[in-house]
Design a protein around this ligand. Sequence first.
Ligand SMILES: Nc1nc2c(ncn2[C@@H]2O[C@H](COP(=O)(O)OP(=O)(O)OP(=O)(O)O)[C@@H](O)[C@H]2O)c(=O)[nH]1
Ligand SMILES: [Mg+2]
Ligand SMILES: [Zn+2]
Length: 356
Amino acid sequence: MSFSELGWSQPFDLLEYFRAEYPPKWTPARVCSISHNSFHLIRPDGAFSAVVSGRLRFDAKDGGLWPVVGDWVAALPRADGSWTIQGVVPRANALYRGLMERGEPSQMMAANVDVALILSGLDNDLNLRRVERYVHLAKTNKIRPVIVLNKLDLSPDTEAVKVALAAFECEVHFVSALTGVGVDDLSAAIGHGQTAVLLGSSGVGKSTLFNRILGREAQRTSAVRDSDSKGRHTTTHRQLIPMPQGWVLIDMPGIREVGLPSAPDESTDATFPDIQALGGECRFPDCRHESEPDCSVQEAVKAGKLDAARLANFHKMRREVARQSSLGDKQAEVELKAKWKVIHKAQKEIYKRPKH
Ligand SMILES: Nc1nc2c(ncn2[C@@H]2O[C@H](COP(=O)(O)OP(=O)(O)OP(=O)(O)O)[C@@H](O)[C@H]2O)c(=O)[nH]1
Ligand SMILES: [Mg+2]
Ligand SMILES: [Zn+2]
């Protein structure tokens, strides 16, 4: 297996980066899952476990990087055959969620993710407001959102759902993880070497789809409750596995509250391209589409061209993003600090040089 098949998709060579940055014995590997203090890693010749080195643990307390699922790390073999993680390779991006409800900063869920597969089950009424939140999560984290409607075998009439999702301007796939219908097309929509993550409520069929694409039962699944078709939170930890199709998939536990991560106020614009386009016609360039005069967005709602519930969610999400942003973003601060450390070090080197 190559690094690309393990999901290395940054525009520089991983081995060259290691040669330039790390001691010769440090080897690149990717974090597949984490249980307590044990990190399950994969590299081209196979899987192995490692613990975080004392140094990295110490640095993390002092604002250094801590590895999460999807991270590329530098692993070092010890004399007794065990491994330690010595460093974390700078991330291309990361999937954050907000924890405003708990009054906590945004939390990193996975690193180096290219595609978010936003799953809903056609056995339940489609919760458009929730899908808007997932799309936002993806877009603010620079991840391509792909909306997936699963359980097509239970509800083959897709027209109404297609109409309801048109405003999202997102790629949409209808699949049945159970029968396999639509799964090859979905897989083909994900590029070679990309990393995709499964997002959605418990019971929508994330793990069933994961197993279907992988071709074996790697993840446990369990039936939804008869009373309301809700899941039982069967998957309890994040799991990354390279798929035989040449890309990488991360199965996730079902998300209860889709909290929005801290981000600039305008971040909701990309999530609501229809509202953004209408907003270009408002009288005031900084119109908030609330009660301003000559607001094209409000007019579109009155004319039945824009769903009032969608606009209400736009407002709600904007307020939530602002509140979460005031709570900050721990890991992002850590990354920024690490970046500045490197810059300051480089500056010091420059000042140390003799002046001519
Ligand atoms: N009919 C039908 N059932 C499906 C399909 N996909 C999944 N299921 C069923 O839905 C139930 C829940 O599936 P899981 O894969 O465990 O759901 P999950 O999203 O991983 O749930 P959590 O791990 O709890 O977050 C299981 O009984 C699956 O067999 C499908 O395409 N059609
Ligand atoms: Mg699951
Ligand atoms: Zn307006």
